[in-house]
Design a protein around this ligand. Structure first.
Ligand SMILES: Nc1ncnc2c1ncn2[C@@H]1O[C@H](COP(=O)(O)OP(=O)(O)OP(=O)(O)O)[C@@H](O)[C@H]1O
Ligand SMILES: [Mg+2]
Length: 314
């Protein structure tokens, strides 16, 4: 008997998404913004929310501080029906926060890591992966305490019978350490195009093109899916190579689109679909998530995803 379809491990913080035609200036005491939204942030939490929205039985393992932001994270996850028994609340830590400043189509992000920098192996219970079909991990480079244990965590998930996936997101240090040690423990690897190129340039060929990067990574992991923003995504699974464009949407913001993509891809993977249908599900979920501000508000339900897939097939 399985308890969960997916257990997500990773960072847990809030996003304060602000929009306005401003460039912050130190000397100027106050500048006005057009909009502000405080919501659940972090790649791992947005991905878990996407999975739950698609009907997957989902659990989260992470760490927050005993504060308002931590409570907001827990409430958001629980409201989606996600099991938060694996979320530790640390009274001596503060929950992290990302300020997402949006101006026209441009955005910049300022992150206080807080508790996410302290999340480590000790916060993952010994029986965390029993009766679990799949384990997903996100943003290793924002979690220095967890990073040395990631290969072992993934191996223990597999030893318990789960399949595994990782979304690297960006490495602020630009070094991409340890990725070659993680790839052999993965069933699915989910970088975006810039991340895929940066990883391969750091570890193999400083002049690697996207095509080179895909070939190098695909030789090291069973299923590779590379996200390419509005251009959709590319996937390789053994000898199969697929590209999918997303459906037409009018994006409000693309915060968390990659994480909603991951959720759609996993939904199709766990359903045993063929690669082309899996990638279609992923790009549909990524695109639909851009319909509202923040990562989780407009994530696709199972019915919305199915309708969009039917539209494409028709
Ligand atoms: N502007 C857009 N229009 C339509 N679809 C989009 C757009 N931006 C993203 N998507 C969809 O979301 C998917 C993932 O987006 P993206 O490539 O931005 O991932 P990412 O870089 O990992 O994002 P993040 O880490 O910021 O969540 C794309 O493959 C596409 O299906
Ligand atoms: Mg991403």
């Amino acid at each position: 008997m399985t308890r969960f379809d997916v257990v997500v491990l990773g960072e847990l913080n809030v996003d304060l998404i602000v929009r306005g035609d401003v460039v912050p200036r130190w000397a100027q005491a106050e500048q006005l913004l057009d909009d502000a939204t405080l919501t659940l942030g972090s790649s791992a939490a947005i991905m878990a929310s996407g999975c739950a929205r698609l009907g997957l039985r989902t659990a989260f393992i992470g760490l927050v501080g005993a504060d308002l932001f931590g409570a907001l994270c827990g409430d958001h996850l629980a409201a989606r029906g996600i099991d938060i028994g694996g979320v530790t609340v640390a009274p001596d830590l503060r929950t992290g926060c990302t300020i997402v400043l949006q101006r026209d189509a441009d955005r910049t992000m300022l992150t206080f890591p807080g508790a996410m920098a302290h999340f480590g192996r000790a916060h993952v219970a010994a029986d965390a992966f029993c009766g679990v079909r799949h384990v997903h991990l996100a943003s290793p480079f924002l979690q220095p305490a967890l990073r040395p244990a990631i290969a072992e965590v993934l191996a223990s998930a597999r030893a318990a019978g789960a399949t595994t996936s990782l979304d690297p997101n960006w490495d602020p240090a630009g070094r991409w350490d340890d990725v070659p040690d993680w790839l052999p423990q993965l069933d699915i690897f989910l970088p975006n195009d810039a991340e895929a190129c940066a990883i391969v340039r750091a570890h193999h060929d400083a002049a690697a093109t996207l095509e080179d990067a895909i070939a190098w990574l695909a030789a090291r992991v069973p299923l590779l899916a590379v996200k390419c923003g509005a251009a959709g995504a590319i996937a390789r699974w053994g000898a199969q190579h697929v590209h999918c464009a997303p459906p037409a949407v009018v994006p409000v913001d693309a915060v968390g689109a990659g994480d909603s993509f991951d959720a759609g891809l996993l939904c199709g993977y766990l359903a045993g679909w063929p690669l082309e249908q899996i990638l279609h599900a992923a790009v549909v979920c990524g695109a639909l998530s851009t319909r509202a501000a923040g990562g989780t508000a407009a994530q696709a339900t199972r019915a919305e995803m199915s309708a969009a897939l039917d539209d494409r097939a028709g």
